[in-house]
Design a binder for this molecule. Structure first.
Ligand code: DLL
Length: 438
């Protein structure tokens, strides 16, 4: 029987539409190979498997992954810089690293095949969002040790786009080049796009008149409210993409044009959700911590990597025709979750209340302090215009009231003058913790 061509344009349709049973069979074969290679070539994995009492040959079904030990960020630090590589260093032709605010950075490496796969997956990701060969791609993700810039650079080239390797910063110049080169696609973090929109407004440039039609966002949590705000201000469609350095960089999961979650590329990764407290796998559809195992990475195989990201998965069929499961929008990280007087709150929930709120701009920071034995949260947000102090207090009280009723959070809202909240150059800093560490 002739297979009907998918209606949606895809970068690797034969993989993206693979029936789920065949996808599972492919995953199992690749999982077994990855586990074997990791055990045979990486001392850390051998020790971890031995102390958990499991042998690579005991992985006979995908469910057996639950018996394998987890890998955490600290394992990368402890094996700094190259201790988790599964191939001789000479075969590792690229390194990236996290900036690492505390301790050693985490280093990741790629073989030539890894880079080929990464380029393919970034191309797939961009196409899922609506990019097409021939587009002009303005890439404002940071180039360098961060994976965002080079990841999407190779993806866009692989797709057959014309790439402007802009990197972050120098926003005025970015706006000039977006217009002069007639960029179709913007790659950057949502918070940086907001910065671009603001600087363009200030300079009297209407980017809605430019050809720009699509933004490939990711690298930080953002809300639906923020999507709407940026779409209106820039006159473009904003698509979510997800990834992390330890697993690949960008290109792990991508929102398609249906916007019903992000397809996780299952021919290369195995996705699980576990309870962050008990670490037990959760049933399909439940919200918990995302755990990922790489299935094809050569230089740095990752077995059950605990991402700390909170989401849930669905494998319901998607209108786009792709068969790969979907990760729902990442609401935050277990380590970004604030617990303020017993209320769990993620910055993205506060964002959803602030964006579009009358009188304030969507620039904000959450400041956590200690008052006696209690933690206290101050939400700093900017006023749309310079106003008398009494007016700031009135707007602040109004915002505070809404935060209390929408997310049950009692906090102080400090309304700041325009321009007082630091602008994002890449990943926005949403939380400032000023508690004295005991
Ligand atoms: O941020 C890779 C990336 C670059 C993804 C460009 C997408 C676009 P890391 O610096 O290692 O890698 O940070 C990974 O960022 O564990 C999440 O907490 C967060 N993150 C990434 N994408 C999203 C997203 C890159 N779409 C960490 N929504 C991850 C929410 C995201 N959080």
């Amino acid at each position: 029987m002739a297979v009907q061509a998918p209606v949606t344009f895809m970068f690797q349709p034969e993989m993206e539409t693979l029936p789920r049973e065949r996808l599972a069979a492919l995953q199992l074969e690749r999982l077994r190979r990855t586990v074997r290679t990791a055990y045979d070539n990486v001392a850390h994995y051998r020790a971890a498997f031995d102390s958990a009492g499991v042998k690579p040959e005991e992985v006979r079904s995908l469910d057996d992954v639950a018996a394998l030990p987890f890998t955490v960020k600290d394992d990368l630090r402890r094996n700094y810089p190259f201790g988790l590589f599964a191939v001789p260093r000479q075969q590792v032709i690229r390194l990236h690293a996290s900036s690492g605010t505390t301790g050693k950075p985490t280093v990741v490496g790629y073989t030539r095949d890894d880079l080929g796969m990464w380029g393919d997956l970034c191309a797939r990701t961009m196409v899922a969002g609506g990019a097409r060969p021939g587009d002009i791609v303005h890439n404002a993700y940071g180039y360098g040790l961060f994976t965002g810039g080079l990841g999407y650079h190779y993806g866009a080239e692989r797709l057959g786009c014309t790439v402007t390797p802009m990197s972050g910063g120098n926003t005025e110049r970015q706006i000039v080049l977006i217009q002069d080169f007639g960029a179709d696609v913007l790659c950057c973090t949502p918070s940086y796009a907001l910065n671009i929109a603001e600087v363009a407004d200030r300079e009297g440039v209407d980017l809605r008149k430019a050809p720009l039609r699509l933004a490939v966002f990711g690298a930080e949590p953002w809300s639906e409210a923020m999507r709407k705000e940026i779409e209106e201000r820039l006159g473009i469609r904003c698509q979510d993409t997800f990834g992390l350095s330890e697993i690949l960089g960008p290109g792990v999961a991508a929102e398609c044009e249906e916007r019903a979650g992000l397809h996780g590329w299952e021919d290369h990764f195995l996705f699980e959700i576990v309870d962050p407290e008990t670490l037990k796998p959760l049933p399909a559809g439940e919200t918990g911590e995302l755990v990922i195992t790489t299935l094809t990475k050569q230089a740095l195989p990752m077995i059950r990597y605990r991402t700390r990201d909170i989401t849930r998965l669905t494998d319901e069929p998607c209108g786009c025709g792709r068969t790969h499961l979907r990760l729902m929008r990442i609401t935050g990280r277990t380590d970004d979750m604030l617990i303020i007087r017993g209320v769990n709150v993620f910055p993205s929930q506060v964002e959803a209340v602030l964006v579009g709120f009358p009188g304030v701009e969507p620039h904000y920071q959450l400041v956590v302090s200690r008052e006696g034995v209690y933690d206290h949260l101050t939400v700093e947000v900017e006023a749309v215009a310079a106003l008398p102090q009494a007016e700031y207090r009135r707007v602040g009280a109004d915002v505070g009231h809404h935060l209390k009723s929408m997310i049950g959070l009692s906090c102080t809202v400090a309304v700041k003058a325009p321009g007082e909240i630091p602008r994002s150059q890449g990943k926005a800093v949403r939380v400032r913790d000023v508690r004295k560490k005991a």
